[in-house]
Write a protein that binds this ligand. Sequence first.
Ligand SMILES: Cc1ncc(COP(=O)(O)O)c(C=O)c1O
Ligand SMILES: N[C@@H](CCCC[NH3+])C(=O)O
Length: 437
Amino acid sequence: MKLQGTAMINEKGHLSIGGCDTVELVQKHGSPLYVMDETFLRDNCRAYYQAFSASGNGEVIYASKAFMNLAMCRVIEEEGLGLDVVSGGELYTARRAGFPMEKVYFHGNNKTDAELQQAIEYGIGHIVLDNHYEMERLNNIAGRAGRTVKVLLRITPGIECHTHEFIRTGQIDSKFGFPLPTGQAMEAIQAVVECNNLIYDGLHCHIGSQIFELESFRYAAEVMMNFIEEIHQKTGAVTSILNLGGGFGIRYTESDEPADINDYARTVLGAVQGEAEKRGLTIPKVVVEPGRSIAGPTGTTLYTIGSVKEIHGVRKYVAVDGGMNDNPRPALYGSRYEAMIANKAEQAAEEVVSITGKCCESGDMLIWDVSLPKAESGDILAVSSTGAYNYTMSMNYNRIGRPAVVFVRDGQSAVVVERESLDDLIRNDRIPPYLQR
Ligand SMILES: Cc1ncc(COP(=O)(O)O)c(C=O)c1O
Ligand SMILES: N[C@@H](CCCC[NH3+])C(=O)O
Protein backbone atom coordinates (compact mmCIF):
# COMPACT_ATOMS: atom_id res chain seq x y z
CA MET A 1 0.00 0.00 0.00
CA LYS A 2 1.39 3.36 -0.95
CA LEU A 3 1.63 5.82 1.94
CA GLN A 4 -0.01 9.11 0.97
CA GLY A 5 -0.70 12.40 2.74
CA THR A 6 0.54 12.28 6.34
CA ALA A 7 0.55 8.46 6.48
CA MET A 8 3.83 7.01 7.78
CA ILE A 9 5.20 4.15 9.79
CA ASN A 10 5.86 5.14 13.40
CA GLU A 11 8.48 3.99 15.89
CA LYS A 12 6.26 1.06 16.95
CA GLY A 13 6.19 -0.18 13.37
CA HIS A 14 2.52 0.79 13.10
CA LEU A 15 0.76 2.77 10.40
CA SER A 16 0.20 6.30 11.61
CA ILE A 17 -2.06 8.90 9.96
CA GLY A 18 -2.25 12.55 10.97
CA GLY A 19 0.24 11.75 13.73
CA CYS A 20 -2.17 9.16 15.22
CA ASP A 21 -1.23 5.51 15.63
CA THR A 22 -3.93 3.61 13.73
CA VAL A 23 -3.90 0.72 16.22
CA GLU A 24 -4.64 3.21 19.00
CA LEU A 25 -7.35 4.84 16.86
CA VAL A 26 -9.17 1.51 16.74
CA GLN A 27 -8.73 1.04 20.50
CA LYS A 28 -10.18 4.51 21.07
CA HIS A 29 -12.96 4.71 18.46
CA GLY A 30 -13.75 1.08 17.67
CA SER A 31 -13.63 -0.99 14.50
CA PRO A 32 -14.24 -0.70 11.60
CA LEU A 33 -13.28 2.96 11.43
CA TYR A 34 -13.07 5.47 8.61
CA VAL A 35 -10.05 7.72 9.13
CA MET A 36 -9.84 10.98 7.19
CA ASP A 37 -6.48 12.74 7.00
CA GLU A 38 -7.61 16.34 7.46
CA THR A 39 -4.28 17.91 6.51
CA PHE A 40 -4.23 15.94 3.26
CA LEU A 41 -7.88 16.85 2.62
CA ARG A 42 -7.13 20.53 3.05
CA ASP A 43 -4.01 20.21 0.88
CA ASN A 44 -6.14 18.76 -1.91
CA CYS A 45 -8.66 21.60 -1.58
CA ARG A 46 -5.82 24.13 -1.68
CA ALA A 47 -4.23 22.52 -4.72
CA TYR A 48 -7.56 22.83 -6.56
CA TYR A 49 -8.11 26.36 -5.33
CA GLN A 50 -4.66 27.44 -6.42
CA ALA A 51 -4.90 25.74 -9.79
CA PHE A 52 -8.36 26.99 -10.74
CA SER A 53 -9.56 29.86 -8.58
CA ALA A 54 -6.32 31.77 -8.08
CA SER A 55 -6.31 32.54 -11.82
CA GLY A 56 -9.48 34.54 -11.27
CA ASN A 57 -11.41 32.72 -13.97
CA GLY A 58 -12.06 29.40 -12.30
CA GLU A 59 -14.21 28.17 -9.46
CA VAL A 60 -14.01 24.87 -7.64
CA ILE A 61 -17.12 23.34 -6.16
CA TYR A 62 -16.67 20.15 -4.18
CA ALA A 63 -18.99 17.30 -5.20
CA SER A 64 -20.43 16.40 -1.85
CA LYS A 65 -21.72 13.01 -3.03
CA ALA A 66 -18.13 11.79 -2.61
CA PHE A 67 -18.04 12.38 1.17
CA MET A 68 -20.24 14.70 3.13
CA ASN A 69 -21.19 15.58 6.66
CA LEU A 70 -21.38 18.76 8.72
CA ALA A 71 -17.66 18.87 9.52
CA MET A 72 -16.74 18.28 5.88
CA CYS A 73 -18.91 21.25 4.87
CA ARG A 74 -17.00 23.40 7.35
CA VAL A 75 -13.64 22.32 5.88
CA ILE A 76 -14.83 22.98 2.33
CA GLU A 77 -16.09 26.42 3.32
CA GLU A 78 -12.87 27.26 5.16
CA GLU A 79 -10.86 26.28 2.10
CA GLY A 80 -12.86 28.64 -0.08
CA LEU A 81 -14.59 26.08 -2.31
CA GLY A 82 -18.23 25.94 -3.34
CA LEU A 83 -20.47 22.88 -3.12
CA ASP A 84 -22.27 20.61 -5.56
CA VAL A 85 -25.32 18.93 -4.01
CA VAL A 86 -27.65 16.45 -5.62
CA SER A 87 -30.52 16.00 -3.18
CA GLY A 88 -32.53 17.76 -0.54
CA GLY A 89 -30.53 15.80 2.02
CA GLU A 90 -27.17 17.09 0.84
CA LEU A 91 -28.65 20.57 0.57
CA TYR A 92 -30.02 20.35 4.10
CA THR A 93 -26.65 19.17 5.43
CA ALA A 94 -24.93 22.13 3.79
CA ARG A 95 -27.48 24.53 5.22
CA ARG A 96 -27.25 23.05 8.73
CA ALA A 97 -23.47 23.43 8.53
CA GLY A 98 -24.03 27.11 7.76
CA PHE A 99 -22.53 26.78 4.28
CA PRO A 100 -22.98 29.93 2.16
CA MET A 101 -25.92 29.06 -0.05
CA GLU A 102 -24.87 31.32 -2.91
CA LYS A 103 -21.90 28.98 -3.45
CA VAL A 104 -24.10 25.89 -3.87
CA TYR A 105 -25.09 24.28 -7.18
CA PHE A 106 -28.01 21.87 -7.14
CA HIS A 107 -27.79 18.87 -9.50
CA GLY A 108 -29.96 15.84 -10.13
CA ASN A 109 -32.00 14.28 -12.91
CA ASN A 110 -35.26 14.08 -10.97
CA LYS A 111 -35.50 16.79 -8.36
CA THR A 112 -38.82 16.83 -6.56
CA ASP A 113 -41.04 19.87 -6.10
CA ALA A 114 -40.16 19.83 -2.41
CA GLU A 115 -36.44 19.90 -3.24
CA LEU A 116 -36.85 22.76 -5.73
CA GLN A 117 -38.88 24.70 -3.17
CA GLN A 118 -36.28 24.00 -0.51
CA ALA A 119 -33.51 25.28 -2.79
CA ILE A 120 -35.41 28.49 -3.55
CA GLU A 121 -36.25 29.03 0.10
CA TYR A 122 -32.58 28.62 1.07
CA GLY A 123 -31.51 31.14 -1.60
CA ILE A 124 -29.31 28.68 -3.49
CA GLY A 125 -26.76 30.04 -5.98
CA HIS A 126 -27.62 27.90 -9.02
CA ILE A 127 -29.89 25.07 -10.01
CA VAL A 128 -28.59 22.82 -12.77
CA LEU A 129 -31.55 21.90 -14.96
CA ASP A 130 -31.59 18.38 -16.32
CA ASN A 131 -34.82 18.16 -18.34
CA HIS A 132 -37.89 20.06 -19.61
CA TYR A 133 -40.19 18.71 -16.90
CA GLU A 134 -37.92 20.25 -14.27
CA MET A 135 -37.51 23.52 -16.18
CA GLU A 136 -41.24 24.05 -16.33
CA ARG A 137 -41.84 23.17 -12.69
CA LEU A 138 -38.97 25.31 -11.44
CA ASN A 139 -40.21 28.26 -13.47
CA ASN A 140 -43.67 27.86 -11.90
CA ILE A 141 -42.41 27.31 -8.37
CA ALA A 142 -40.09 30.33 -8.59
CA GLY A 143 -42.96 32.41 -10.03
CA ARG A 144 -45.26 31.46 -7.16
CA ALA A 145 -42.52 32.40 -4.69
CA GLY A 146 -42.02 35.72 -6.48
CA ARG A 147 -38.38 34.85 -7.11
CA THR A 148 -36.01 34.42 -10.03
CA VAL A 149 -33.51 31.58 -10.05
CA LYS A 150 -30.15 31.37 -11.80
CA VAL A 151 -29.85 28.17 -13.78
CA LEU A 152 -27.31 26.16 -15.73
CA LEU A 153 -28.38 23.55 -18.25
CA ARG A 154 -26.81 20.13 -18.02
CA ILE A 155 -25.71 19.01 -21.47
CA THR A 156 -24.74 15.51 -22.56
CA PRO A 157 -22.04 16.32 -25.09
CA GLY A 158 -21.80 12.83 -26.59
CA ILE A 159 -18.30 12.06 -25.38
CA GLU A 160 -17.21 8.52 -24.54
CA CYS A 161 -14.41 8.45 -22.00
CA HIS A 162 -12.46 5.46 -20.82
CA THR A 163 -13.91 4.54 -17.46
CA HIS A 164 -16.28 1.95 -16.01
CA GLU A 165 -19.59 2.03 -17.89
CA PHE A 166 -21.61 2.65 -14.70
CA ILE A 167 -19.69 5.84 -13.93
CA ARG A 168 -19.58 7.17 -17.49
CA THR A 169 -22.09 9.95 -18.04
CA GLY A 170 -21.14 12.08 -21.04
CA GLN A 171 -22.29 9.66 -23.75
CA ILE A 172 -25.51 10.44 -25.60
CA ASP A 173 -27.34 7.37 -24.30
CA SER A 174 -27.49 8.66 -20.73
CA LYS A 175 -30.18 9.50 -18.21
CA PHE A 176 -28.48 12.83 -17.50
CA GLY A 177 -28.99 16.14 -19.22
CA PHE A 178 -30.10 17.51 -22.58
CA PRO A 179 -28.38 15.69 -25.45
CA LEU A 180 -26.27 17.90 -27.69
CA PRO A 181 -25.83 15.78 -30.83
CA THR A 182 -29.60 15.36 -31.34
CA GLY A 183 -30.32 19.10 -31.27
CA GLN A 184 -32.30 18.80 -28.02
CA ALA A 185 -29.78 20.89 -26.09
CA MET A 186 -30.40 23.88 -28.36
CA GLU A 187 -34.17 23.41 -28.00
CA ALA A 188 -33.69 23.53 -24.24
CA ILE A 189 -31.76 26.80 -24.46
CA GLN A 190 -34.51 28.29 -26.61
CA ALA A 191 -37.03 27.19 -23.99
CA VAL A 192 -35.12 28.43 -20.95
CA VAL A 193 -34.61 31.95 -22.26
CA GLU A 194 -38.40 32.15 -22.56
CA CYS A 195 -38.90 31.29 -18.87
CA ASN A 196 -39.68 34.51 -17.01
CA ASN A 197 -38.51 33.33 -13.64
CA LEU A 198 -35.30 31.60 -14.70
CA ILE A 199 -32.06 33.37 -15.50
CA TYR A 200 -29.90 31.45 -17.96
CA ASP A 201 -26.38 31.66 -16.54
CA GLY A 202 -24.53 28.85 -18.28
CA LEU A 203 -23.92 25.24 -19.13
CA HIS A 204 -22.80 22.12 -17.33
CA CYS A 205 -21.42 18.81 -18.54
CA HIS A 206 -19.85 15.90 -16.70
CA ILE A 207 -18.29 13.22 -18.86
CA GLY A 208 -17.69 10.61 -16.16
CA SER A 209 -15.60 9.72 -13.16
CA GLN A 210 -12.14 8.26 -12.45
CA ILE A 211 -10.76 9.64 -15.74
CA PHE A 212 -7.03 9.82 -16.37
CA GLU A 213 -6.71 11.25 -19.87
CA LEU A 214 -6.74 15.04 -19.85
CA GLU A 215 -7.59 14.92 -23.54
CA SER A 216 -11.18 13.89 -22.64
CA PHE A 217 -11.58 17.05 -20.55
CA ARG A 218 -9.99 19.23 -23.24
CA TYR A 219 -12.28 17.79 -25.85
CA ALA A 220 -15.34 18.34 -23.63
CA ALA A 221 -14.30 22.00 -23.22
CA GLU A 222 -13.96 22.36 -27.00
CA VAL A 223 -17.35 20.79 -27.71
CA MET A 224 -19.03 22.96 -25.11
CA MET A 225 -17.38 26.15 -26.38
CA ASN A 226 -18.57 25.29 -29.86
CA PHE A 227 -22.09 25.01 -28.44
CA ILE A 228 -21.72 28.31 -26.58
CA GLU A 229 -20.91 29.99 -29.88
CA GLU A 230 -23.96 28.41 -31.49
CA ILE A 231 -26.16 29.57 -28.60
CA HIS A 232 -24.88 33.09 -29.00
CA GLN A 233 -25.46 33.08 -32.74
CA LYS A 234 -28.96 31.61 -32.56
CA THR A 235 -30.37 33.29 -29.44
CA GLY A 236 -27.99 36.09 -28.50
CA ALA A 237 -27.81 34.57 -25.01
CA VAL A 238 -24.52 34.99 -23.16
CA THR A 239 -23.11 31.97 -21.35
CA SER A 240 -21.38 33.29 -18.25
CA ILE A 241 -20.50 29.96 -16.65
CA LEU A 242 -19.13 26.78 -18.14
CA ASN A 243 -19.20 24.00 -15.54
CA LEU A 244 -17.13 21.07 -16.79
CA GLY A 245 -18.07 18.69 -13.97
CA GLY A 246 -15.75 16.47 -11.99
CA GLY A 247 -14.17 13.18 -12.88
CA PHE A 248 -10.44 13.63 -12.25
CA GLY A 249 -9.07 10.16 -11.46
CA ILE A 250 -7.06 9.07 -8.41
CA ARG A 251 -4.68 6.27 -7.51
CA TYR A 252 -6.31 3.24 -5.95
CA THR A 253 -3.61 0.75 -6.98
CA GLU A 254 -0.28 0.97 -8.73
CA SER A 255 -1.92 0.56 -12.13
CA ASP A 256 -3.68 3.94 -11.72
CA GLU A 257 -1.69 6.90 -12.93
CA PRO A 258 -3.48 10.15 -12.13
CA ALA A 259 -2.58 13.32 -13.95
CA ASP A 260 -1.38 16.44 -12.15
CA ILE A 261 -4.07 18.89 -10.96
CA ASN A 262 -2.09 21.83 -12.34
CA ASP A 263 -1.91 20.17 -15.76
CA TYR A 264 -5.64 19.49 -15.54
CA ALA A 265 -6.29 23.17 -14.77
CA ARG A 266 -3.97 24.36 -17.52
CA THR A 267 -5.64 22.00 -19.98
CA VAL A 268 -9.23 23.04 -19.34
CA LEU A 269 -8.65 26.74 -18.61
CA GLY A 270 -6.37 26.95 -21.64
CA ALA A 271 -8.87 25.15 -23.88
CA VAL A 272 -11.74 27.40 -22.82
CA GLN A 273 -9.68 30.55 -23.26
CA GLY A 274 -8.28 29.41 -26.61
CA GLU A 275 -11.70 28.43 -27.96
CA ALA A 276 -13.25 31.71 -26.74
CA GLU A 277 -10.54 33.79 -28.43
CA LYS A 278 -10.80 31.77 -31.63
CA ARG A 279 -14.56 32.38 -31.75
CA GLY A 280 -14.57 35.96 -30.49
CA LEU A 281 -16.57 35.05 -27.37
CA THR A 282 -16.29 36.38 -23.84
CA ILE A 283 -14.46 33.82 -21.74
CA PRO A 284 -16.96 32.14 -19.41
CA LYS A 285 -16.11 31.41 -15.79
CA VAL A 286 -14.88 27.82 -15.65
CA VAL A 287 -16.29 25.70 -12.83
CA VAL A 288 -15.05 22.22 -11.92
CA GLU A 289 -16.72 19.79 -9.52
CA PRO A 290 -14.13 17.39 -8.11
CA GLY A 291 -15.31 14.88 -5.56
CA ARG A 292 -13.15 11.78 -5.61
CA SER A 293 -9.86 13.60 -6.13
CA ILE A 294 -10.44 15.78 -3.04
CA ALA A 295 -11.72 13.19 -0.57
CA GLY A 296 -10.72 9.80 -1.99
CA PRO A 297 -7.00 9.53 -1.28
CA THR A 298 -7.39 11.10 2.17
CA GLY A 299 -9.49 8.26 3.61
CA THR A 300 -8.33 4.95 5.08
CA THR A 301 -10.63 2.29 6.50
CA LEU A 302 -9.36 0.33 9.48
CA TYR A 303 -10.79 -3.13 10.08
CA THR A 304 -10.09 -5.87 12.59
CA ILE A 305 -9.25 -9.24 11.14
CA GLY A 306 -11.47 -12.04 12.46
CA SER A 307 -11.59 -15.49 10.92
CA VAL A 308 -8.79 -16.66 8.65
CA LYS A 309 -9.78 -19.65 6.54
CA GLU A 310 -7.58 -21.57 4.17
CA ILE A 311 -9.19 -23.68 1.46
CA HIS A 312 -6.25 -26.00 0.90
CA GLY A 313 -4.64 -25.50 -2.46
CA VAL A 314 -7.23 -22.90 -3.47
CA ARG A 315 -7.29 -19.67 -1.46
CA LYS A 316 -6.89 -18.11 1.96
CA TYR A 317 -9.84 -15.96 3.03
CA VAL A 318 -9.12 -13.27 5.58
CA ALA A 319 -12.39 -11.92 6.98
CA VAL A 320 -12.74 -8.41 8.39
CA ASP A 321 -15.47 -6.86 10.54
CA GLY A 322 -16.79 -4.69 7.68
CA GLY A 323 -17.06 -5.21 3.94
CA MET A 324 -19.52 -4.25 1.22
CA ASN A 325 -21.60 -2.37 3.79
CA ASP A 326 -18.92 0.24 4.28
CA ASN A 327 -17.33 -0.11 0.84
CA PRO A 328 -19.68 -1.37 -1.87
CA ARG A 329 -17.37 -0.29 -4.72
CA PRO A 330 -15.59 -3.64 -5.28
CA ALA A 331 -18.95 -5.41 -5.49
CA LEU A 332 -20.53 -2.69 -7.66
CA TYR A 333 -17.73 -1.81 -10.04
CA GLY A 334 -15.07 -4.47 -9.50
CA SER A 335 -12.92 -1.71 -7.98
CA ARG A 336 -9.50 -2.63 -6.67
CA TYR A 337 -7.85 -1.42 -3.46
CA GLU A 338 -4.54 -1.73 -1.67
CA ALA A 339 -4.13 -2.76 1.95
CA MET A 340 -1.59 -3.30 4.68
CA ILE A 341 -1.61 -4.75 8.17
CA ALA A 342 -1.39 -1.62 10.26
CA ASN A 343 0.25 -3.29 13.26
CA LYS A 344 2.79 -5.10 11.05
CA ALA A 345 3.60 -2.15 8.80
CA GLU A 346 7.30 -2.91 8.69
CA GLN A 347 6.99 -6.63 8.09
CA ALA A 348 7.57 -8.02 4.61
CA ALA A 349 4.74 -9.63 2.66
CA GLU A 350 4.78 -13.39 3.00
CA GLU A 351 1.45 -14.62 1.66
CA VAL A 352 -1.23 -13.81 -0.89
CA VAL A 353 -4.71 -13.74 0.63
CA SER A 354 -8.18 -12.46 -0.26
CA ILE A 355 -10.00 -10.03 2.01
CA THR A 356 -13.65 -10.77 2.55
CA GLY A 357 -16.33 -8.88 4.42
CA LYS A 358 -18.82 -10.19 6.96
CA CYS A 359 -21.98 -9.85 4.88
CA CYS A 360 -24.08 -12.81 3.89
CA GLU A 361 -23.08 -12.48 0.22
CA SER A 362 -20.41 -14.42 -1.67
CA GLY A 363 -19.74 -11.23 -3.60
CA ASP A 364 -18.76 -9.43 -0.42
CA MET A 365 -15.07 -9.38 -1.30
CA LEU A 366 -13.01 -6.28 -0.57
CA ILE A 367 -9.75 -7.32 -2.20
CA TRP A 368 -8.87 -10.41 -4.19
CA ASP A 369 -5.26 -11.60 -3.99
CA VAL A 370 -3.35 -9.10 -1.93
CA SER A 371 0.20 -9.71 -0.63
CA LEU A 372 0.45 -9.21 3.13
CA PRO A 373 2.58 -10.24 6.10
CA LYS A 374 1.01 -13.24 7.87
CA ALA A 375 -2.59 -12.14 8.59
CA GLU A 376 -3.84 -13.23 12.01
CA SER A 377 -7.04 -12.72 13.96
CA GLY A 378 -6.90 -9.45 15.86
CA ASP A 379 -4.61 -7.72 13.37
CA ILE A 380 -5.73 -4.31 12.07
CA LEU A 381 -6.13 -4.14 8.32
CA ALA A 382 -5.87 -0.72 6.67
CA VAL A 383 -7.42 -0.21 3.23
CA SER A 384 -6.33 3.00 1.53
CA SER A 385 -8.08 5.54 -0.71
CA THR A 386 -11.51 4.94 0.80
CA GLY A 387 -12.34 8.61 1.38
CA ALA A 388 -14.74 8.98 -1.55
CA TYR A 389 -17.90 7.03 -2.34
CA ASN A 390 -17.44 4.77 0.68
CA TYR A 391 -19.25 6.33 3.63
CA THR A 392 -21.70 8.05 1.28
CA MET A 393 -22.51 4.75 -0.44
CA SER A 394 -22.52 2.66 2.73
CA MET A 395 -25.60 0.71 3.79
CA ASN A 396 -27.16 -1.28 6.59
CA TYR A 397 -27.51 -4.61 4.80
CA ASN A 398 -27.69 -7.47 7.34
CA ARG A 399 -28.50 -4.77 9.91
CA ILE A 400 -24.87 -3.85 10.26
CA GLY A 401 -24.33 -0.32 11.61
CA ARG A 402 -22.16 2.15 9.78
CA PRO A 403 -18.69 2.72 11.24
CA ALA A 404 -17.69 6.01 12.83
CA VAL A 405 -15.71 8.61 10.86
CA VAL A 406 -12.82 10.45 12.48
CA PHE A 407 -10.74 13.36 11.25
CA VAL A 408 -7.10 13.08 12.29
CA ARG A 409 -4.53 15.83 12.35
CA ASP A 410 -1.49 16.86 14.41
CA GLY A 411 -1.74 13.77 16.60
CA GLN A 412 -5.42 14.39 17.48
CA SER A 413 -8.52 12.52 16.37
CA ALA A 414 -12.04 13.94 16.32
CA VAL A 415 -15.24 12.03 15.64
CA VAL A 416 -17.17 13.70 12.80
CA VAL A 417 -19.79 10.97 12.37
CA GLU A 418 -20.72 8.68 15.25
CA ARG A 419 -20.82 4.92 14.84
CA GLU A 420 -24.37 3.67 14.31
CA SER A 421 -25.58 1.85 17.37
CA LEU A 422 -27.95 -1.11 17.55
CA ASP A 423 -30.67 1.34 18.60
CA ASP A 424 -29.93 3.48 15.55
CA LEU A 425 -30.71 0.42 13.44
CA ILE A 426 -34.26 0.14 14.80
CA ARG A 427 -34.85 3.89 15.21
CA ASN A 428 -37.32 4.13 12.34
CA ASP A 429 -38.99 0.76 12.86
CA ARG A 430 -42.62 0.86 13.98
CA ILE A 431 -44.81 -1.93 15.32
CA PRO A 432 -48.39 -1.46 14.03
CA PRO A 433 -51.13 -1.75 16.69
CA TYR A 434 -52.20 -5.24 15.62
CA LEU A 435 -48.67 -6.59 16.25
CA GLN A 436 -48.19 -4.94 19.60
CA ARG A 437 -48.12 -6.91 22.80
C1 LIG B 1 -22.53 15.98 -11.97
C2 LIG B 1 -21.35 15.47 -11.25
N1 LIG B 1 -20.43 16.35 -10.84
C3 LIG B 1 -19.35 15.95 -10.16
C4 LIG B 1 -19.13 14.61 -9.89
C5 LIG B 1 -17.90 14.25 -9.13
O1 LIG B 1 -17.10 13.41 -9.85
P1 LIG B 1 -15.71 12.91 -9.26
O2 LIG B 1 -15.96 12.40 -7.91
O3 LIG B 1 -15.30 11.86 -10.21
O4 LIG B 1 -14.78 14.07 -9.28
C6 LIG B 1 -20.05 13.66 -10.32
C7 LIG B 1 -19.83 12.21 -10.10
O5 LIG B 1 -19.36 11.51 -10.96
C8 LIG B 1 -21.20 14.10 -11.02
O6 LIG B 1 -22.11 13.23 -11.42
N1 LIG C 1 -20.04 6.46 -7.07
C1 LIG C 1 -19.12 6.22 -8.13
C2 LIG C 1 -18.92 7.35 -9.07
C3 LIG C 1 -20.15 8.02 -9.59
C4 LIG C 1 -20.26 9.33 -8.98
C5 LIG C 1 -21.43 10.16 -9.33
N2 LIG C 1 -21.68 10.47 -10.70
C6 LIG C 1 -17.84 5.62 -7.63
O1 LIG C 1 -17.75 5.18 -6.55
O2 LIG C 1 -16.88 5.54 -8.31
